[in-house]
Design a protein around this ligand. Structure first.
Ligand code: GDP
Length: 312
């Protein structure tokens, strides 16, 4: 087993309009992704500007940021209770969560379901109270409401000891206390590096890639997105497609990708620990494992509890 100190995988949990897109945008800008690759920068910003003009901001399902040599994969969670297991599958890829809460509105019921699932899985949380510049902010009350919610959801002592960041995402500022001044998101990046554990995995072991979601590209067709749990994903390599209740099928990966900024980028190989995507396997489906042909090891299928949540 290896600890990938150069990686962090975290899921973001936020009620709609609490500022997730704005915060991730600011993190992208400040993290240097754009400086390293100006062309990517122009393209990304063009599409963002376009979205803004249309009055729709989009939050990518997978975003990756590099800060101080560490790649931070940020995975979006469904903003509602879903009954298809998407929440479980998403949380399965990460080692911690960031709960983002509006400083005026406080935590709202729709985020409760996802947060509850994250806490039950033992994931460590970081709390971000956003929009601290709002004149009607009520930061201390909101923090109390968050503690109450955590207690209600049976958070452990360690989980209750969450770090809190106070942000003005629009200005791209994070503070470690409710008062004070800042000029960047460095305290937030540092909190992620410190409090979200690095993934542990075995890149030497046979491949295990768990398909979490599907995407589609007009060029390459169906794309499977997920985490490289062990081993290495390699382009043009024959792998075993492992489906529940059926024998392994041979498949060849025409493309292997990771994420950089808001983009999926082609790679020759992706070692364990990272979030990746593959193309070329037409029959790939959610819950499948891609494994080693010689030593196929399917990952457990994520079981989903019956929905017990009421949306009040
Ligand atoms: P999302 O639905 O969670 O992705 O929310 P958005 O990022 O789209 O933000 C919703 C609205 O809140 C937008 O109008 C943002 O400009 C605004 N907003 C985001 N962060 C802040 C902040 O820190 N302060 C203030 N005043 N407004 C913010």
């Amino acid at each position: 087993m290896q600890t990938r100190k150069d990686l962090r995988n975290l899921a973001i949990i936020a009620h709609v309009d609490h500022g997730k897109t704005t915060l991730v945008d600011a993190m992208l800008w400040q993290s240097g992704v754009f400086r390293e690759n100006e062309q990517v920068a122009e393209r990304v910003m063009d599409s963002l500007d376009l979205e803004r003009e249309k009055g729709i901001t989009i939050m990518a399902k997978n975003t990756a940021i590099t800060y101080r040599g560490t790649k931070i994969n940020i995975v979006d969670t469904p903003g509602h209770a879903d009954f298809g297991g998407e929440v479980e599958r998403t949380l399965n890829m990460v080692d911690g969560v960031m709960l983002l809460v509006d400083a005026t509105e406080g935590p709202l019921p729709q985020t409760r379901f996802v947060l509850g699932k994250a806490l039950a899985r033992g994931l460590p949380p970081i709390v971000v109270i956003n929009k601290i510049d709002r004149p009607d902010r009520r930061i201390n009350e909101v923090l109390d409401e968050i503690y109450d919610l955590f207690i209600d959801l049976d958070a452990t002592e360690e989980q209750l000891d969450f770090p809190v960041l106070y942000t003005n995402a629009r200005a791209g500022v994070a503070l470690t206390g409710p008062d004070g001044r800042g000029r960047d998101l460095v305290p937030l990046f540092e909190a992620i590096l410190e409090h979200i554990p690095a993934p542990t995995c075995d890149p030497e072991a046979p491949l295990q890639f768990l398909v979490t979601t599907l995407q589609h590209s007009d060029y390459v067709g169906r794309i499977g997105v997920g985490k490289v749990v062990n081993g290495v994903l390699r382009r043009n390599r024959e792998v075993a497609l492992l489906k529940p209740d059926s024998p392994p099928l041979g498949a060849s990966l025409s493309q292997v990708y990771t994420y950089e900024g808001l983009n999926r980028v082609e790679r020759e190989e992706v070692p364990a620990g990272d979030i990746a995507a593959v193309a070329g396997v037409d029959d790939i489906f959610i819950g499948d494992t891609l494994g080693d042909l010689a030593e196929p090891r399917p990952l457990p299928v994520i079981t989903v509890e019956e929905p017990t949540i009421s949306m009040v």
